[in-house]
Design a protein around this ligand. Structure first.
Ligand code: NAD
Length: 506
C-alpha cells in the first residue's frame, strides 16, 4: 500500500483541529522528508506582526503573573490531557514532518505529556529558601516571581518536544510564551498550538495571547531575540545559530537558555558488557537517522576488545532496516533534506582524506526518490581523532577509534568544542566514577552503561562549552524561567546595619 502523504497530512491537521487557512495557501512551502514532496503552504508572520504579538504577550504577562501558581498548573494539566488525546495523530504528524520512525514520533509526544506532569507537580513547589541573617529581629528569604515573556526558538529534529519542555515550565512559572518553530517543521507547531488552544478553552483564568506561534524564518527569530519585552529566549539549534543569538541577547542583558550542537562520545572499556554496549551504541548512533542533538558520533574502543566489538557493530549496521517510516517497520527514516545528505557525503570524503575507512554512508536507492534522502548509516574507523571527527555532522556517521590508555582517552573525549552528552561502558567502578568526576567527562550529560541519547525529562537537560550552557526540562531548570528576589524583613525596633557598619544621624 502506498500512502499519499499530502492527503494524510491534511487529514491529520483537520483531526488535530488546525484551521485550514493557516496551512493551505500560505507563502512557506512545507515538505515531508519521507517523500520530499510538498505537503502544505503555511502562512507566515511579518516582523511587524511578530512585534505586535510580543507586545500582546507582555500584556498577558501582567495578568498571568497574578494567577496562583497551582492554578497555572491546572492549565498545564489540561494541556497534558489534550496531548494524551492527540498523541497518535500528533506523533504521526511528527513522523511525516520530521521523518522519525513511528515509535519515535509517538515517543516525542510522550515526552511532552511527561513534562506536563512534571510541571503540574512543580506548580506547587516553586519555593525559595529562608536564610540565617546576622541581624537580630530580622528574617531573610528568597522569593521566586514570574519573569516575563519567554521566547522559544526550536530546531527541526525535536519539532514539538522542545516547545513543550519550555512552554510547560514557562507557563507554571507565570510567563506567556511566544514560539518560533523551525521553518522545516511548521505543521507540528500549528498542531501544538491547536492542542493548547483546546486546553485554554477549558480553563477560565488565562489572559488572551498567553501562548502564540510565529511562523517564519530566522528573521522572525531575530525579532524575538531583539525585542526588549522578551525577558528570556530559549534557543535550540546549531552552534552557528547560538553564536548569532547569544551575543545579541547579551547586548540587551536578556536571559538566554542556549541548547546547541553536540559531538557526543562513548568509551567502551575492556570490562564492558559488550551485548549491552552494542545495543546502546546502535540506538545512540543510528536512531533518528543520526539527527538527535545527543546522537553518538565518536566511539573510543579499548584495543583489547576492538576486534570483538567493531565487527559486530558493522554487522548490525549492515543489517539495519532503512526505509519509509510510514509504510515499513524500518528503524531508520530519511534525512531531513538534500543539504543534510550533502553535508554527510562531504564529511565522509573528509574522513577518507584523514585516513578513515568508511563502511556504509551511501544513499539507499530503494527507499529514496529524487526528492527524499535515505542513507545507510556509516561507520568510519579512524586512525585518530581529526578532521570531521571534531565537528558535529547532523547525519548517521559514527567515528570509531582505538585507545589503550584511560587517562589519554578521557583527554581525547573532552578535546572537542561541544559538550552535550557522553557515556562510558565499563563494569570497573574506578573507571565509571572517574568518568563522572571533576576530571572526567566535561559534558552536561554523562552516563554509565547507557547510551548518549534518550534522556528522561526528570533531569536537567543541556550541555557545556559550545553546546551553550543552558539547562531545560527537569531538576531545578525552572529557576531560569523565574526572577529571584532576596527579601529581608526587619521585625525589631532597631535598625542594625549589616557588617557592623554604623551610620548614625542626629
Ligand atoms: P538551526 O540552527 O538551523 O535552526 C534552529 C532554529 O534557529 C530555527 O528555528 C531557525 O529558524 C532559528 N535561527 C537560525 N538562525 C537564527 C538567528 N540568527 N536568529 C534567530 N533564530 C535563528 O538548527 P536545525 O538544523 O534546525 O537543528 C539541528 C541543530 O540543532 C543541531 O546542531 C543539533 O545538535 C541542535 N539541537 C540541539 C539540541 C539541544 O538541546 N542541545 C536539541 C535539538 C537540536
Amino acid at each position: 500500500m502506498t500512502i499519499d502523504v499530502k492527503t494524510e497530512t491534511a487529514a491529520l491537521l483537520d483531526k488535530l483541529g488546525v484551521d485550514r487557512a493557516a496551512w493551505s495557501t500560505g507563502d512557506m512551502v512545507s515538505h515531508s522528508p519521507v517523500t520530499g514532496e510538498e505537503i502544505a503552504r503555511v502562512k507566515t508572520v511579518s516582523a511587524a506582526e511578530a512585534g505586535k504579538a510580543i507586545e500582546a504577550a507582555h500584556e498577558a504577562f501582567k495578568a498571568w503573573r497574578l494567577v496562583p501558581a497551582p492554578k497555572r498548573g491546572e492549565l498545564v494539566r489540561l494541556l497534558g490531557e489534550e496531548l494524551r488525546a492527540a498523541k497518535a495523530d500528533l506523533g504521526r504528524l511528527v513522523s511525516i514532518e520530521a521523518g522519525k520512525i513511528i515509535s519515535e514520533g509517538l515517543g516525542e509526544v510522550q515526552e511532552m505529556i511527561d513534562i506536563c506532569d512534571f510541571a503540574v507537580g512543580l506548580s506547587r513547589q516553586l519555593y525559595g529558601l529562608t536564610i540565617a541573617t546576622e541581624r537580630p529581629g530580622h528574617r531573610m528569604m528568597e522569593t521566586w516571581h514570574p519573569l516575563g515573556v519567554v521566547g522559544i526558538i526550536s530546531a527541526f529534529n525535536f519539532p514539538v518536544a522542545v516547545w513543550s519542555w519550555n512552554a510547560a515550565l514557562a507557563l507554571v512559572c507565570g510567563n506567556p510564551v511566544v514560539w518560533k518553530p523551525s521553518e522545516k517543521t511548521p505543521l507540528t507547531a500549528l498542531a501544538c498550538q491547536a492542542v493548547l488552544d483546546r486546553a485554554l478553552a477549558r480553563f477560565s483564568d488565562a489572559p488572551k495571547k498567553l501562548s502564540q506561534l510565529l511562523i517564519g524564518d530566522r528573521a522572525i527569530g531575530e525579532v524575538l531575540v531583539d525585542h526588549k519585552k522578551v525577558a528570556l529566549v530559549s534557543a535550540t539549534g546549531s552552534t552557528r545559530m547560538g553564536r548569532e543569538v547569544g551575543p545579541r541577547l547579551a547586548k540587551r542583558f536578556a536571559r538566554s537558555i542556549l541548547e546547541l550542537g553536540g559531538n557526543n562520545a562513548g568509551i567502551v572499556c575492556p570490562s564492558a558488557d559488550l551485548d549491552m554496549a552494542l545495543r546502546a551504541i546502535a540506538f545512540g548512533a543510528m536512531g533518528t537517522a543520526g539527527q538527535r542533538c545527543t546522537t553518538l558520533r565518536r566511539l573510543f574502543v579499548h584495543e583489547n576488545i576492538y576486534d570483538q566489538l567493531v565487527p559486530r557493530l558493522k554487522k548490525a549496521y549492515a543489517s539495519v532496516s532503512v526505509g519509509n517510516p510510514l509504510e515499513t517497520n524500518a528503524l531508520i527514516g530519511p534525512l531531513i533534506d538534500k543539504a543534510a545528505f550533502d553535508n554527510m557525503q562531504k564529511a565522509l570524503l573528509a574522513a577518507r582524506d584523514e585516513g578513515g575507512s568508511v563502511t556504509g554512508g551511501e544513499r539507499v536507492a530503494a527507499a529514496s526518490r529524487d526528492t527524499a534522502y535515505y542513507v545507510q548509516p556509516a561507520i568510519v574507523e579512524m586512525p585518530k581523532q581529526a578532521g570531521p571527527v571534531l565537528e558535529e555532522t547532523f547525519a548517521p556517521i559514527l567515528y570509531v577509534m582505538k585507545y589503550s590508555d584511560f587517562d589519554q582517552v578521557l583527554e581525547e573525549h573532552n578535546a572537542v568544542a561541544a559538550g552535550l552528552s557522553s557515556s562510558i561502558f565499563t563494569l570497573n567502578m574506578q573507571e565509571a566514577e572517574r568518568f563522572l568526576s571533576a576530571d572526567g567527562s566535561d559534558c552536561g550529560i554523562a552516563n554509565v552503561n547507557i547510551g548518549t541519547s534518550g534522556a528522561e525529562i526528570g533531569g536537567a537537560f543541556g550541555g557545556e562549552k559550545e553546546t551553550g550552557g543552558g539547562r531545560e526540562s527537569g531538576s531545578d531548570a525552572w529557576r531560569a524561567y523565574m526572577r529571584r528576589a532576596t527579601n529581608t524583613v526587619n521585625y525589631s525596633k532597631a535598625l542594625p546595619l549589616a557588617q557592623g557598619v554604623s551610620f548614625d544621624i542626629e
